[in-house]
Design a protein. Sequence first.
Lengths: 161, 161
Amino acid sequence: MLERFCDWLVRTDLSQLFSSSDWFVPGVQTIHILAISVVVTLLAMLNFRLLRITSSGPTLHSLAIGYIPLVWISLLVLFATGTLLTITEPARELLNNVFRVKMLLVAILIALTATLRLTLRRDPAYWTVSARRRFLGRALALTILILCVGIVAAGRFIAYA
Amino acid sequence: MTGLEIARALEHTPLAVAIAKSNWLFPLLETLHVLAFTVVVGSVAMLDVRLLGLGNMRRSITELTRSVLPWTWSAFVVAAICGAMLFISKASTYYVNIPFRIKFACLVLAAANMLIFHWGARGTLAWDIGPPPVRARIAGAISLALWIAIVSSGRWIGFTT
């Protein structure tokens, strides 16, 4: 079923147009990497703060207000550029298990980042009010950081799978 | 000894041979290189956006620099070490590769731009919390353009080797 969809997609005019260009894939991948840079850097800074590895500068709440909207915008750019790359080479992505793992990790990352934002919106001190919350906050931050590493690694390993 | 001969000699060092022969070492180093590079680019972009007067305006240049630059330098060290190890594994191929040379030239120019700006801005704190002057905006724009060129040429290497 998915193989048939890939066969159909790769024969569409759009896919043929994209793949006939020498610069299209590297160009779109460049934008994709720049958007990943924004997501990884902002989430690293935010979650290092939640882990209490960094402590100077703005509060966790004000960092979240400033950074998380930019993370959402960058994720939209990643979705758009990722879609273009998938249209260009559908089998390379959709039939690849590493790509599926990457998408699963991205879905979990979005859910956890949304959880972080919602809890801080409800209460700016949410992750500091009790020892249990502090522990959970650290676990959440560590999970988000591991997911970022996993997503970048999976993205790189798609080429080798 | 010419540059190409040095590159060939590097390629035959035990470490280079080990990286080239291993099935997993090259992708692993590449993943670490990309991961570290995303943090370098993301953190530099945060400062550049502030210098351009397009964002982070509530934070002073001094405070933003103090919180962002440790990220930039730590990640840069990791990216440089991994990049050097990737380079020696195919040194003669990369040495003659045009996108690789462009990437390296842009790195040197980005470093020079940063040094010139910091040297010129010594003790100039009048605009630390206000809108940046034209020279700061120019430095931010040049830096951002160079880092986009570095990512782009870095991506291009994979399509030309």
